[in-house]
Design a protein around this ligand. Sequence first.
Ligand code: NAP
Length: 495
Amino acid sequence: MPHVITQACCGDASCVYACPVNCIHPTPDEPDFGIAEMLYIDPATCVDCGACVSACPVGAIVPGHRLGDSAARFADVNANHYPDSGLGDARFPVPTDWRLPLAPITKPRALTGAVPAELKVAIVGSGPSAMYAADQLLKYSQVRITMFERLPQPFGLARFGVAPDHLSTRSVSNLFDDIARHPNIEIRLNTEIGRDLTLDDLRRTHHAVLWAGGAPIDRPFEIPGARLPGVQSATSVVGWYNGHPDFADDAPNLATDQVVVIGNGNVALDVARIFTADPESLASTTIDRSALAALRSSDVREVIVVARRGPEHAAFTLPELIGLADGKARVWVDPAELDDVDSSGITDPTIAAKVELLREISQRLKPPGPFIRLSFGLTPVAVLGDDAATGVEFVKTGTDQRVTLNANLVLSAIGYRGRPIPGLPFDSEHGTVSHTEGRIVDDGEPIPGLYVTGWIKRGPSGFIGTNKTDSGETVAHLLADAQAGIFANRVAELT
Ligand code: NAP
């Protein structure tokens, strides 16, 4: 029985390269790789060899016959990506002429040209993009990496951003542990660039500096009342339950029966799921112990995840919705929320599958609580309350009709944002460092020896594994520059 990719898919495409029959798509060089919510195995061509299982860093691939009930739906999700195989959903024919005959396999080559005998690279940050960049650089024996991490523990959002109940996804840390054990990398923890060392210090002592510091702040939530006690960002809650030292004092007020979450991306779903989970099911995870104690005495009965647009524009991904619908979470949608959705006009199979699943959820009995309610088409206009939040006032998007939801806890889950880094040109419109394919540029001109990757390069989107291809692009340019002799005239300074 063919193998199936499930919810935890991180998109790093290691499976693509491992597959001997090219049955996993989209591959990183296919046009839809950048927008795919996961990768899919073609059941018609899978030879069931299991090579992909060993390659996957997050345990997301299982033989079809071992799919449990909570993951059974993923067999169809995989097959539906291949309508021409006869096993998928023929309603969504996709052109296949873009598919390349074989997945690309880029073998590391020896560095040639004017490359220093020891190519010293500083990497700032130790999250997924930093670790994937390090992995790719360490394939070359000349490379020596010093990685700088401001926190006492490495791996950034892989450690402090992934929900504690997403055990498969968290297992990507095993891959990062392996990379960190390579003899040619040193990770300096508790070292913040800009506080303990300057960017100039790094440039003086390394041929190349690769900034992989992420997008560490929240997109501003700016409506009247947004500064009231009881309003905080969902990312601060994620940091709190994951034991991030910056958020130890950000315990949310759980003495409320309703919580309103603004925005419906995967961060919103993560927080909603943790708030409504049976705390005992979290006890064996890495959840912070004081957060677990707080959840054990929580009064929360309903978490309302509110989007300003309709279900066909939901920011959460299909795998995460399936995880909610078929897992242990209690989730519900009022059927009226879907009245205005014209399914026949939806041509994107992933969006169609989301709407179909939302309809299925809406037919279930409203759960007794604690449960998650998904709500759509409401634009927040004010947080209500005098001394603390008591609710949120919305308008039905595109109308003047007002709707109020009561809540003593309001979480903004409207996305992350990068912040300017002293010494690096910044694109304030996108909240990213200015760059061309990972080379940091000033007025369009590359600054020799400076590179960027991850969320501070492309913006805060994608999954952990998305960083592999992103970092691959940057590393390719760094190595090309090294071979072109860009760093040769810095060698004397550095030794
Ligand atoms: P996101 O996916 O960008 O979602 C942001 C949400 O906020 C959208 O619903 C957006 O609505 C809404 N929004 C933005 N500005 C708003 C405003 N001013 N008022 C009301 N709503 C507003 O952000 P995220 O959830 O932080 O996720 C960031 C990235 O991390 C995503 O790529 C996500 O998939 C990834 N992630 C993945 C996982 C996982 O795989 N399990 C977990 C966590 C995060 P509009 O669409 O209308 O703008």
